[in-house]
Design a protein around this ligand. Sequence first.
Ligand code: ATP
Ligand code: MG
Length: 274
Amino acid sequence: STSIESLEAYTNIVQEASLELDTDKMLIDSNFPQSGKIEFVNYSVRYRPDTKIVLNNLNILIQPGEKIGIVGRTGSGKSTLTLCLFRILEATTGQIMIDDIDISLIGLSLLRSIITVIPQDPTLIEGSLRENLDPSDKYTDESMIDCLKSLEIDYLLEEEGLNFMIKENGDNLSAGEKQLICMARAMIRKSKIIIMDEATSSIDYNTEQLIQKVILKNLKDSTVLTIAHRIKTILEYDKILVFDQGHLVEQGSPKELIEKKSGQFYGLYSQSHM
Ligand code: ATP
Ligand code: MG
């Protein structure tokens, strides 16, 4: 077994994808991605060569700027989608395209820099608000302050401005504030693709409403995928994707899916309205 393990270690090394490719510069020069269209084409994936397919032959077209809600039972594949977009998992079959470019042809550094994830429980770095919002020191204070205002968290600036110190793990902020700071970071970078993993708990109603308002009003030019745990969150979105055991079983506008009384989305919707 030792030799098999070392062979596996070896193949993992040789299969590790390139961080940078020659074509990246062309993409960067053309301001890629200009629109944030995402397409899954006959896309399937598994975690390891010897494990089952966890996303099965997906065909999905997401238009630039669309707000997409992703729902489904536990284990249906929602989080796996994020890993696929970042190519932490590589396609077993098919492709993912961003603005018509096959993401397997993009260096990992560039690919991962164009997508912003807002995790359920974001970890912020111990440091100033400025360092957290703009780690590569590229943007003006003014643009950061404007952004905090539109997110209604400019009260954080009251005493020390952008020098406000965030403690280790963001312990002096609420879960909602941490998500809003991640969202501010995405806005400042003008990320065209944002993936939001809705917090399962610990976010108060007002913050949740605020986050959804920002997604719909302030992120008009970004494509946003929200992994939603509450149906109410995504009722004003453009499109809902319903996953079940790795299959995309329903897709459509919230209205269309609510009208399908035999569908899974309708089931979730009526439960959430009881
Ligand atoms: P939840 O609502 O609980 O977050 P999910 O929809 O995000 O669930 P995924 O985490 O995407 O579900 O899991 C999809 C499938 O992939 C499940 O069958 C799960 O067991 C499997 N899976 C997840 N992570 C791994 C892993 N690291 N190795 C192997 N299989 C995995
Ligand atoms: Mg998940």
